[in-house]
Each structure stands twice: as C-alpha cells, then as structure tokens.
Design a binder for this molecule. Structure first.
Ligand code: GTP
Ligand code: MG
Length: 179
C-alpha cells in the first residue's frame, strides 16, 4: 500500500479544515480551538496545529491529508508538514482580497523548502465580492500565464467538489512524476 501525503494549506478561513472533513473517511483529527486573537473577528474557531484525514484512493493507494493552520504565527507547523509532503493544495478565499498577500507569503515559504507539485483551490467563489480566477492569479503574483500552477474553483463544504480538486492535484502530481 502506497501512502501519498498531501498538504492542504492556505489563508485563514479559506476552508482547509472543512475541505479535509468533507473528504476524509475517518473522523478528522483536528486541533481547532476558540480564536482569541484578530482571527476571532473572522471566525469563532481556528486551527492551531493541524488537521489529519485519510482517504483510500484505488486499491493500492491511501491519501493522508494534512491541513495546516492559516495563521503565520504557527508557521513552524507549515514547515513540519510540508517537508514530508508529496504535493500540496493552497486554498485561497476569493472573497478576502486582503488575504492575497498572505497567500503569496505561504507560497514563498513552501517554495523555499520544497519543490513539489501544487495546485491552487479558489474557495468562497459563491460569496459577495469574490474575485475571478484570473484576477486572483495576478493578485498573488502569477503574472506569467505560461508559468502558473493550475487553479480550480472548489467549495470545501461539498464532497464532490473536494473530490474533483483532489483528482486535479493527483493528476498534476502524476504528470510531474512522469515528466
Ligand atoms: N460559502 C462558503 N463557505 C465556505 C467555503 N469554504 C469554506 N467555507 C466556510 O468557511 C468557514 C471557515 O472554514 P474552515 O475550514 O474553518 O477554514 P480554515 O481554512 O481551516 O481556517 P483556519 O484554520 O482558521 O486557518 C466554515 O464555516 C466553512 O463552512 C466556500 O467555498 N463557500
Ligand atoms: Mg482550520
């Protein structure tokens, strides 16, 4: 049985914990705690260490899903989780442009440590003020159309949508391995 370790990272409240809860076949181990800092203005609970979920993918492969906290004060967890990952998805809330800088910062953090396949999952596209895929690419620093990771819209609350995003990530991973 092959274990594929995938990291779900991204900005605060983008939907990382929800994403893993939607797809995991075991009850997710999470470390969500009542938010007491500025995050409390956005949401009542936040991840302080990690989320962990598991998904059987075909007869010979099992996916381990590791969700990171969104807040950068927990970036030692980003470091621990990304170093063991085979690929990652960066979730970005399309409705919170003020967080796009943070998304850029997370990508830089990861790229300084690993060179592994990644895709971007754009969440909250159903919310008022949501930015388009093209505008988000530019806002987080991907100006060159020919040199970008794939970006897909994903609704972490919908299992089907999360499954589609996972398939995109795994296809990207396989293509990269084959190259
Ligand atoms: N409408 C809508 N709500 C969403 C979407 N994605 C996530 N949510 C909601 O956003 C809220 C925050 O989701 P979480 O999964 O806690 O976010 P997180 O990325 O784990 O946040 P931190 O751990 O604090 O960084 C939850 O209430 C989700 O149900 C989306 O695409 N659309
Ligand atoms: Mg979380």
């Amino acid at each position: 049985m092959e274990i594929m370790r995938l990291v779900v990272t991204g900005t605060v409240g983008a939907g990382k914990s929800t994403f893993i809860r939607s797809i995991s076949e075991i009850k997710v181990v999470d470390t969500d705690t009542r938010a007491t800092d500025e995050t409390a203005l956005l949401k009542p609970r936040t991840t302080v260490a990690f989320d962990f979920g598991r998904l059987q993918f075909g007869p010979d492969m099992v996916l381990h899903l590791h969700g990171t906290p969104g807040q950068s004060r927990f970036d030692f967890m980003w470091d621990m989780l990304i170093r063991k990952a085979h690929a990652y998805i960066l979730l970005v809330g399309a409705h919170r442009p003020r967080e796009f800088r943070q998304a850029h910062k997370i990508v830089n953090f990861m790229e300084e440590r690993v060179h592994i396949p990644m895709v971007i999952g754009l969440t909250h596209t159903d919310c008022p003020g949501a930015w388009s895929v093209e505008d988000v690419y530019i806002a987080i620093g991907y100006l060159n159309k020919f040199h970008r990771p794939p970006m897909i819209k994903v609704d972490p609350t919908q299992r089907e949508s999360v499954a589609e995003a996972m398939i995109t990530l795994i296809q990207h991973l396989i293509l990269n391995y084959a190259a």
